[in-house]
Design a protein around this ligand. Structure first.
Ligand SMILES: *Cc1c(COP(=O)(O)O)cnc(C)c1O
Length: 372
């Protein structure tokens, strides 16, 4: 099946009881047990499994080419669960510009539980190699990264991690499974904030971990999900599944708008730099072209000047909404450094653009008047 067909049909079965084409939302927390004590219909209690969540998990596993998936109530708790599945004394290696909320958790909470950590520039293979320790059990990667849009070589980092006895988990939120499939490049786990492109409409919070194989680490992740219960609710699962059906249409519109805007912005006089992996000027453009089938809808611009100048530009946009997050149909603009922690590597003159699916000429007109 082609991706356009797969996103529409994956996991979508006609409801046996009613013939409903769209899956009904199953709010029931508990499921009837057979007279002989068995659960022949497969569900016991909704924290363990729920029909809507199970459908979402099956679809996500199919889209990423994985053996299994676990859907969570946020992208952040998906990554946190991988960290919780490690043991005291293990070491985790993560990118120096990793999603700032998770960085904070690693530094401020997991350190107290004796989880060792270090952060390196994942575009520097020698730094990755030097960062691996005998007790490294997990390498976390985010490519493209956010908001610096750095691209790392998934296959190269997977082999280094494996040689060192570690597993590789790649956050694939920015690319989506239609533009990049990390498991096919050797990653062991994929992480998603389904809040972004998979949900696609800025109206649902969710996350997922997808596993290439159902090994020991996977069992621990699934136990944490099912015993702890930080699960995607039936309605949230349904919303993400609804979003996935149009993912192919949306991601191509996001990506073509973003490439067009990035190309035009690159020669705009008030712009110092455009960070977008689709540009030939991007330092890792070749790696992006090797492992991605499109470059996505997220880009960052550096304006000449300071934070105040960047804020001034954001203040003037009319279509681009000043808001955090990305992956929805609306275009968003954000001064990223001011929402991250002090000490962030994000430059003060950086604005992150989540390019939506509007007409590109309307977006261009909005940006040019705001930059003027
Ligand atoms: C948004 C995001 C997260 C966190 O997801 P939430 O659903 O907001 O918890 C994690 N990783 C990346 C790359 C993200 O963009």
């Amino acid at each position: 099946m082609h991706p356009e067909t797969r996103v529409v049909h994956a996991g979508q079965e006609i409801d046996a009881a009613t013939g409903a084409v769209a899956q009904p939302i199953h709010l029931s927390t508990t499921f009837e047990r057979d007279a002989d004590g068995e659960y022949s219909r497969g569900h016991v209690y909704t924290r363990d499994t729920n029909p809507n969540r199970l459908t979402l998990e099956n679809v996500l596993a199919q889209l990423e080419g994985g053996a299994a998936a676990a859907a969570f109530s946020s992208g952040s708790v998906a990554t946190m669960t991988l960290l919780q599945a490690l043991r005291a004394g293990d070491h985790v290696l993560a990118p120096d510009n990793f999603y700032f909320g998770i960085q904070k958790i690693i530094r401020e909470l997991f350190a107290d539980w004796n989880l060792e950590h270090s952060f390196v520039d994942m575009t520097d293979i020698d730094a990755v190699k030097a960062g691996l320790r005998p007790n490294t059990r997990l390498v976390l990667l985010e490519t493209p990264s956010n908001p610096l849009m750095k691209v790392s070589d998934i296959a190269a980092i997977a082999s280094l991690a494996h040689e060192a006895g570690a597993l590789l988990a790649c956050d694939n939120t920015i690319a989506s499974p239609l533009l990049q499939q990390p498991l096919l490049h050797g990653a062991d786990f994929v992480i998603h904030a389904t809040t972004k492109y998979l949900g696609g409409h800025s109206d649902v919070l969710g996350g997922a971990v997808i596993a290439r194989e159902e090994g020991e680490m996977w069992s621990r992740v699934q136990m944490l999900q099912r015993v702890g219960g930080a699960v995607a609710s039936p309605f949230d699962s349904w919303l993400v599944l609804r979003g996935i059906q149009t993912l192919a249409l949306r991601i191509n519109a996001h990506a073509s708008n973003a490439l067009e805007l990035a190309t035009r912005l690159e020669t705009h006089p008030v712009i110092a730099a455009v960070l977008y992996p689709g540009l030939e000027s991007h330092p890792q453009h070749a790696i992006a072209s090797k492992q991605m089938s499109g470059y996505g809808g997220l880009l960052s611009i550096l304006v000449h000047g300071d934070a105040a100048r960047a804020m001034e530009v954001a203040a003037k946009t009319k279509l681009f909404i000043r808001a955090t997050s990305f992956g929805g149909t609306h275009s968003l603009i954000e001064h990223r450094a001011s929402v991250e922690a002090p000490g962030t590597l994000t430059p003060q003159n950086l604005l992150r653009l989540s390019v939506g699916i509007e007409h590109v000429e309307d977006l261009w007109e909005d940006l040019t008047q705001a930059l003027a």
